[in-house]
Design a binder for this molecule. Structure first.
Ligand SMILES: Nc1nc2c(ncn2[C@@H]2O[C@H](COP(=O)(O)OP(=O)(O)O)[C@@H](O)[C@H]2O)c(=O)[nH]1
Ligand SMILES: [Mg+2]
Length: 451
């Protein structure tokens, strides 16, 4: 479900009709009809000539968000009346109810103000992400290829470490002999794939490579990508019997927990959910303030008590509000100070107990946030936190800034916990659903969807 209650059929995924992406019928939007429609749906567009031009271009364009945005944003440099008018125009074209369109635009405006973005180049991509979520188009090919590109770019450093060396090795090896396997082992360990996982991968690859002809580089990379993507467990979808869905966010300080909460809230809000952020990290006053600022920027609910309050009490009281005010999603931030391990673990267990008492079945998901730049250290954090509470999912941040992206593979293979999102930068659109196959393909430099 997207942000909008109603959108034009054309843009909706329709499982029954895979050919739903049929082009706009020009006959439906004749110039005469258009003129009438313009009067109704375009009271604010600043330049009628532009409106007509856009109408014509849209009518003959492919029904793809990126294509439509290109047309829509032509000649625009920054935010302002013209942008709002054009957005309104686009949403009207998609038959989004006017009130919801205005709400969407108001939220976007608010966001730009809060982030102090002014020029199109600063927010263009984020606007497309917002629209894709709101229109429920994230799974469409268009958005998926944008994500794939982003993932490939984000993995640049890891790729330089892993795939470039693998390519070198492949081009200098005539056979898959013991020297080859030894060198491959070294490359994988250097890329933070980890010792156990490396051995496991090499064992499996040795078996599969028997069917390859000597020196078949592309063939080898294909089986390698398959092996990697097969290591990732699929996330399990839990059905939530009673709203709200409660998510407990855990992880060491500095891994990106609070930012990830903001990014998840942003996504959920764009998908039409009412979101509450709960400041369960009461250990540092700055942590409460940081979460509050994010809640204001994103425009979602926020609950906190004073600095030093019992986090379990914060969670307890927040649940009262969440139930009373009909929230859809509650994201609970927690402290991540490691030097008092025992306390931290007890604290997390207590928050869990309290949540479950107040709202049976919650927390529905416990997400461990890990920082990819810490490499193998991330593995010991999984170990440590899983002793305190069962971990349902892992979010791996800062994949963009590291050559240690191979740790993704180690985590998946050693703990069998699904990785649901990866952080590829600091912007809101930089947290994206994780897909093991895309990851393997991006890592090895294959094109999207290619095996
Ligand atoms: N490059 C990059 N930076 C990130 C990512 N996620 C978080 N950060 C940055 O990491 C820093 C710490 O984040 P924060 O959310 O405060 O961490 P916390 O202590 O775990 O709550 C901030 O400067 C974030 O902007 C990411 O995916 N990529
Ligand atoms: Mg924090």
């Amino acid at each position: 479900m997207g942000f909008f209650s109603k959108i034009k059929k054309l843009w909706k995924k329709d499982k029954e009709q895979p050919a739903a992406a049929e082009p706009l019928k020009t006959s439906e939007i004749t110039p005469e009809k258009e003129a009438v429609k313009d009067k109704k749906s375009l009271p604010t567009i600043t330049d009628k000539a532009i409106a007509e031009e856009i109408s014509k271009a849209l009518a003959s364009a492919e029904p793809k968000l990126s294509v439509w945005l290109n047309i829509l944003l032509q000649g625009l440099e920054k935010k302002g009346e013209e942008l709002w008018a054009r957005l309104k125009f686009l949403l009207a074209k998609l038959e989004v109810p006017e009130e919801e369109a205005e709400d969407f635009i108001a939220k976007f405006k608010n966001w730009l103000d809060n982030m102090e973005y002014e020029y199109l180049e600063e927010f263009r991509s984020e606007l497309q992400y917002r629209l894709a979520l709101a229109l429920d188009l994230e799974d469409e090919e268009d958005e998926r290829s944008r994500l794939f590109l982003k993932l490939s770019e984000g993995l640049a450093k890891t790729k330089a470490q892993l795939s470039r060396q693998l390519d070198n090795l492949l081009s200098t090896s005539k056979n898959f002999d013991s020297a080859f396997w030894e060198e491959l082992e070294e490359i994988l360990i250097m890329s933070d794939v980890g010792f156990n996982t490396t051995l496991k991968l090499i064992d499996n690859l040795k078996q599969k490579a028997k069917d390859l002809s000597p020196g078949d580089q592309e063939g080898f990379k294909k089986i390698f990508a398959e092996e990697i993507s097969s290591l990732f467990p699929a996330p399990s979808k839990k059905l939530i019997a009673l709203k709200p869905e409660v998510v407990l966010m855990i992880g060491v300080n500095g891994v990106g927990k609070t930012t990830t909460i903001a990014k998840l809230a942003y996504r959920a809000q764009m998908q039409g959910k009412k979101v509450l952020l709960v400041a369960g990290d009461t250990f540092r006053a700055a942590a409460i303030e940081q979460l509050k600022i994010w809640s204001q920027r994103v425009g979602v609910g926020f609950y906190a008590k004073e600095h030093g309050a019992d986090p379990a009490a914060v969670a307890f009281e927040a649940m009262d509000i969440a139930l009373r005010d009909n929230y859809d999603l509650v994201l609970v931030d927690t402290a991540g100070r490691l030097h008092t391990k025992v306390n931290l673990m007890e604290e997390l267990a207590k928050i869990k107990r309290v949540l479950n008492k107040k709202h049976p079945g919650s927390p529905h998901r416990t997400i461990l946030v890990l920082d990819a730049t810490t490499g193998q250290n991330a593995l010991s954090q999984v170990e440590l936190f899983s002793k305190a509470v069962p971990i349902d999912e892992i979010v791996l941040t800062k994949l963009d800034g590291t050559a240690k992206g191979g740790v993704v593979v180690a985590i998946a293979s050693e703990y069998n916990i699904p990785i649901t999102f990866v952080g590829l930068g600091e912007k809101m659109e930089d947290l994206r659903p994780f897909n093991g196959q895309d990851f393997a393909n991006a890592l090895l430099g294959f094109a999207n969807g290619q095996k």
